[in-house]
Design a protein around this ligand. Structure first.
Ligand code: ATP
Length: 860
């Protein structure tokens, strides 16, 4: 897509092309010529490949033909979408005057730069997804951060203190494009680009001419600046009014339950990390919304669960009320089904891309509002009654559309046929004139037949001659001399005109042209009138989407037998009885899922979970996190009863099975995730650590796992679920007062082990491993040998392994492969490990340490 220098041989058109292209070096330039958009030079070569177009050339015969490829103008959006999906920008360059009327070169200009973060064309299936563009402005104390959705008009801003916080926001919003200042440093640029995000530089961050998008409450200068930068970029690229974009609302990520990037992906909230299917997620499970806006809001609620216990209880009361009023809820759902995407319709009104059909959709949506208000008045909860009074049904806009737009208008807004009769007198007069004239012509035909005695005389119309009188050959002798003027001779007939007919024709055609032009003017005027009410429409959209999410929560709670959790502030006790993992339960079916309790009172900060592979440890851990997220989002939860505290953050380290194959780099990821939790978690956080340490050799892994457990227990006090394969760690319950062992129950049936998926108190039986090996069909001799070794081990291992007996742990592991031998009293490896200050170390330090230790061991 490099700019090709101008050649002296260039035609005026190519000179114009090159001049425009020079302003958009990083975009594909779609250059309009007649009914096509043409791509030239490198754009054409690359575009032909990506869009599967035929590559041709301009000046084919010349020495330096110019590569060229084109797309038909009516299908342009699908081509634009492909390029945008590949992460490119597309500049749409239009003819700014009628080529027939142009003197010299037709004027052309770029009317819009479409980018991954500003594409408002909503593809099927994406209606319930926001397309967020973000902006990052680094400053001395962090990063000012703004995000918006051009299609819905949402605009938010915050100030983030750390890279960690910034990365969490970027991942939460799944942004494809980040607007950055020119002087962004390389390190920040590299971080922001991760995940194939496009960085777009915006030089100018001065206030936009379009008025300020910064509300008066926004006092932080960095926040104001990042909003200005984002808006300057949007106005520069979209090149039109963005009246629907709301004034920036400041928010604090810490005002919501925070989840880091890994937690979001590990918990299958929006995407299932294992099956990859969107269907197997919390979002899809909870989504019984009827509107696209409701779907988007549900996603936002799940991404940002609440911290305020009162706000949670408002939502819970509403869900309960809707749950208890089945008929009202059904009526509400029926109405919501007829509500179109008000937010995006408002966006298209502002963009000027709305057509007659969109306005009818808007009217249909608004027509549902009074009935929705009626439903609200029949519900019990006070907040619904209050909401009923607050809703502005914007009935003036509905009325305007009802009066002015045909109920089934054409797609085009320029060809007429979309304004209703009775809306505008002048238009009606034109239409009457047209109609009367046509009547007049019919009457003329009758009277001419009579006057001439030609029974098959006809008055007809075509584009070349306009109206004419047609007489068949056999009747030509009856044509009145002098009055009819001959215009055309056909094989079987002759065509004539009369001055009278031509006069009427001028009137008819003028009326038609004026009528179409007037209709377009009127339509634009209606569009402007609607545009003036955008804020009210957006307000209504927000109220309706919230109602939609609430009815969705109620419906899902009813269908899946969820209960209202009680929430408490003050303590961090957890008491979940008969809890279920909502997604696994959904996949397995309600009858197959085994419910489990999670009881963690003030004396329990940590559950150490043991049990064999595939017994259900990670399901149990994820289950708690999902119940917490659902509860704080205001939803009911899959349990018999649930009493929960308010969590401030959730951290996870849940490895996928195939992580192991990646060796050391996976271990690094594991340590990074662990470190995020260790350094950011508070006593109000929830931590899920699944088999920490298994990504490296046994010694280091177990040593680190133990050190992490101790650190969390002694310093962090967060509620932690820690699953492990290192059976030895279960003895930590002797020295760590707030750690409790639980394990997944299993029974033996006919000599085989059957998992019950049921959590039981105490550590798992050591011999599970051998049972599992038996299930896997390992040779009987081998299994019996393993049994012998295990017995020897058990005999040789004192009860405690922590802290002084750490060396015996090492010994125990070694003895799996060798005959048991006395424990080395003072291992230099362990001494080194003990001295290592994990909290003060970078992941690289940890890697280096492990590398040293391994080297040492290998030498032995
Ligand atoms: N409570 C339950 N009721 C019914 N089935 C369950 C339950 N918990 C887990 N399962 C089933 O067991 C499978 C394995 O569960 P999970 O992945 O949680 O095991 P795990 O112990 O964490 O295994 P690994 O140690 O290999 O990670 C799940 O995919 C699910 O099908």
């Amino acid at each position: 897509m490099n700019f090709v220098p101008q050649k002296t041989s260039d035609t005026p058109m190519m000179q114009q092309y090159n001049a425009i292209k020079a302003q958009y070096p990083d975009a594909f330039l779609f250059y309009r010529i007649g009914d096509f958009y043409e791509l030239f030079n490198d754009d054409a070569i690359k575009g032909a490949q990506l869009l599967e177009l035929t590559l041709t050339a301009r000046n084919k015969s010349a020495d330096d033909p110019i590569p060229m490829a084109g797309v038909p103008h009516h299908a342009v959006q699908s081509y634009v979408d492909i390029l945008i999906d590949h992460g490119y920008k597309v500049a749409i360059c239009e003819q700014m005057e009628d080529p027939k009327k142009a003197v010299g070169m037709v004027k052309r200009a770029v009317i819009q730069l479409i980018t991954p973060g500003t594409n408002i064309d909503i593809k099927a299936g994406a209606a319930k997804t926001n397309n967020y563009i973000t902006a990052v402005l680094p400053h001395a104390a962090g990063y000012a951060f703004a995000y918006g959705d051009v299609s819905t008009g949402e605009l938010k801003v915050t100030d983030l203190k750390s890279k960690f916080a910034l990365q969490n926001e970027l991942s939460a919003l799944a942004t494809k494009e980040i607007v950055v200042p020119e002087d962004l440093n390389d390190e920040d640029a590299a971080m922001l680009k991760k995940g194939e995000r496009l960085l777009s530089v915006q030089q100018d961050t001065k206030p936009t001419s379009e008025g300020s998008y910064v509300s008066q409450d926004l006092t932080d200068p960095a926040e104001a600046a990042v909003v200005q930068m984002l808006m300057a970029y949007l106005l520069n690229t979209q090149k039109r009014s963005l009246a629907h974009i709301q004034k920036a609302v400041a928010y604090q990520p810490s005002a919501y339950l925070e989840m880091d990037q890994d937690a979001r992906s590990n918990l299958d909230i929006l995407q299932n990390s294992r099956t990859g299917r969107k269907g197997d997620t919390l979002l899809s499970l909870l989504d019984a919304t009827k509107t696209a806006m409701g779907g988007r809001l549900l996603k936002q609620w799940l991404e940002r669960p609440l911290l305020d216990i009162d706000a949670i209880s408002v939502r819970q009361n509403q869900v309960q009320d809707l749950l208890e009023h089945f008929f009202e809820r059904s009526e509400l759902q029926e109405r919501l089904t007829k509500v179109y995407d008000l937010e995006r319709l408002a966006g298209r009104v502002a963009f000027g891309t709305v057509n007659g059909r969109d306005l009818i959709q808007l009217q249909t949506s608004l027509d549902q509002v009074p009935a929705i208000q009626d439903v609200l008045s029949k519900l019990d909860d006070g907040s619904f009654k209050e909401l009923r009074g607050k809703i502005d049904p914007v009935s003036d806009v509905a009325g305007l559309i009802r009066r002015s737009i045909e109920p089934e208008p054409p797609i085009s807004v320029t060809d007429g046929g979309l304004i209703l009769r009775g809306y505008n007198e002048k238009l009606d007069a034109y239409r009457d004139a047209m109609k009367n004239s046509k009547q007049w012509i019919a009457e003329l035909e009758a009277s001419e037949r009579k006057a001439t005695g030609i029974h098959n005389l006809r008055i007809r119309y075509n584009k070349v001659f306009g109206y004419f009188i047609e007489v068949t050959k056999s009747n030509l002798d009856k044509v009145p001399e002098g009055r009819y003027e001959r215009k055309q001779t056909l094989t079987n007939a002759e065509r004539f005109i009369t001055p009278e007919l031509k006069e009427k024709e001028t009137l008819i055609l003028e009326a038609q042209e004026s009528s179409t032009a007037l209709e377009y003017d009127l339509f634009q005027d209606i569009r402007e009138k609607v545009k003036a009410q955008i804020k009210r429409l957006q307000h209504l959209a927000a109220q309706i989407s919230a109602l939609d999410v609430l009815q969705s929560f109620a419906t899902v709670a009813e269908n899946n037998h969820y209960v209202r959790p009680t929430m408490h502030a003050g303590t961090h006790d957890i008491n979940v009885k008969g809890g279920r993992h909502p997604v696994v339960e959904h996949v397995l079916g309600q009858d197959s899922y085994i419910p489990n309790d999670v009881i963690m009172d003030r004396d329990t900060d940590m559950l150490l979970i043991t049990g064999p592979n595939m017994s259900g440890k990670s399901t149990y851990m994820r289950q708690l996190a999902l119940i917490v997220i659902m509860a704080q989002a205001g939803s009911f939860v899959p349990a018999d009863t649930a009493d929960l505290p308010i969590f401030d953050q959730i951290f996870t380290r849940i490895g996928a099975a195939d992580d192991l194959a990646n060796g050391e780099s996976t271990f690094m990821v594991e340590m990074l995730e662990a470190n995020a939790a260790l350094s950011h978690a508070t006593a109000s956080s929830l931590i899920l650590f699944d088999e920490i340490g298994r990504g490296t050799a046994t010694y280091d892994g177990m040593a680190l796992a133990q050190a992490i457990i101790e650190y969390l227990h002694d310093h962090v006090h967060a509620k932690t679920l820690f699953s492990t394969h290192y059976h030895e760690l279960t003895s930590l319950s002797d020295s760590l007062a707030k750690l409790k062992n639980v394990h997944v129950g299993a029974v033996e049936e006919h000599g085989n082990l059957v998992f019950l998926h049921k959590m039981m108190p105490g550590p798992a039986d050591k011999s599970y491993g051998i049972h599992v090996a038996k299930l896997a069909g390992l040779p009987a001799d081998l299994l019996s040998r393993a049994d012998t070794i295990l017995k020897q081990l058990e005999a040789a291992t004192p009860e405690k392994t922590v802290p002084a007996a750490t060396s015996q742990v090492e010994d125990q592991q070694l003895s799996l492969f060798e005959e048991p031998k006395p424990a080395p009293k003072n291992s230099p490896i362990l001494a080194k490990l003990a001295k290592f200050d994990l909290m003060d170390a970078t992941p690289m330090d940890a890697m280096n340490l492990i590398f040293d230790l391994q080297k040492h061991l290998k030498k032995k």
